[in-house]
Design a protein around this ligand. Structure first.
Ligand code: FAD
Length: 232
């Protein structure tokens, strides 16, 4: 679900890197928006509770119209998932950020880009920011066919492969397999984002089995199976 946030408070927000992040405070339905306090380490509600915050990708920012689009995966009872389904014009929400994103290496000869549905907004931006003409092989795992968003199809010369998650398989299993089969040469750079354990397997394979330098990769756990809250 794509949600457009808007309002004067977005004035001054600037997003300069692809795959950056914003933290979004999601009040319970009908509840007042109470801004949390930054402790220097994390956000806390004024009473000390953990606020209802999730991390999303600032997919499209229109600084003139003061609009920010986020794309939210509807995966079940998650706060963000349910918020996206039920949000209505005028629902209050607070945003902080942006957090740093990814800078594609302008000298790379080829890119391998991988992620699950949560990474589709980030991948859309990464592909748009690749050096002109740089070939890329893109792997996206989806749990449901309607997540095959056409937005990703418009990035020639990137070659896009959709992978359907097998029922019951761990999230990201097709991405782990796809990266095992990829050619990763000296000039290849790897971007990957998705379920944390799958990303850890990809790191282990690339670093320990293939000897790929860490600096040639940007691999992030975007969520963790069985744990609420963003995983960054
Ligand atoms: C830098 C960064 C950028 C991100 N960008 C986006 C984005 O643009 N869009 C987006 O949708 N997500 C994005 N995420 C991931 C998102 O923050 C998490 O998926 C988050 O857990 C969703 O919150 P929720 O309230 O819906 O679920 P939670 O309340 O956090 O989790 C509830 C349960 O659902 C599981 N779960 C969480 N996410 C998923 C999922 N996608 N599929 C299946 N099960 C899940 C959890 O393991 C937990 O068991 C990003 C994360 C990071 C770190």
């Amino acid at each position: 679900v794509r949600v457009t946030l808007g309002g004067e408070a977005l004035a001054g927000l600037a997003v300069t890197e692809p795959a950056a992040s914003v933290r979004v405070l999601l009040p319970a339905p009908g509840a007042e928006l109470v801004e949390p306090v930054w402790t220097g380490n994390e956000f806390r509600a004024p009473g000390g509770d953990r606020p209802r915050i999730r991390t999303l990708t600032p997919w499209r920012l229109d600084a003139d119209a003061l609009e920010l689009d986020v794309g939210v995966v509807v995966h079940g009872d998650g706060l963000a998932a349910q918020w996206a389904v039920h949000a209505a014009p005028g629902s209050p929400v607070a945003v902080s950020g942006p957090g740093r994103g990814y800078r594609p290496d302008p000298g790379a000869r080829r890119f391998v880009v991988a992620g699950d549905e949560t990474a589709i907004p980030a991948i859309d931006q990464v592909l748009a920011a690749l050096p002109a003409g740089a070939p890329a092989h893109v792997h996206v795992e989806v749990a449901r066919p309607e997540a095959r968003l056409a937005a990703l199809e418009r990035h020639a010369p990137a070659r896009l492969t959709w992978h359907d998650a097998a029922p019951g398989a761990p999230a990201g299993a097709t991405l782990v397999a796809a990266l095992r089969d990829e050619t990763v040469t000296e000039g290849t750079r790897v971007f990957a984002a998705g379920e944390a354990a799958a990303m850890q397997q990809i790191r282990r394979h690339l670093f320990e089995v293939r000897g790929v330098p860490r600096a040639h990769t940007w691999i992030r756990g975007y969520w963790k199976h069985g744990r609420a809250g963003s995983h960054d």
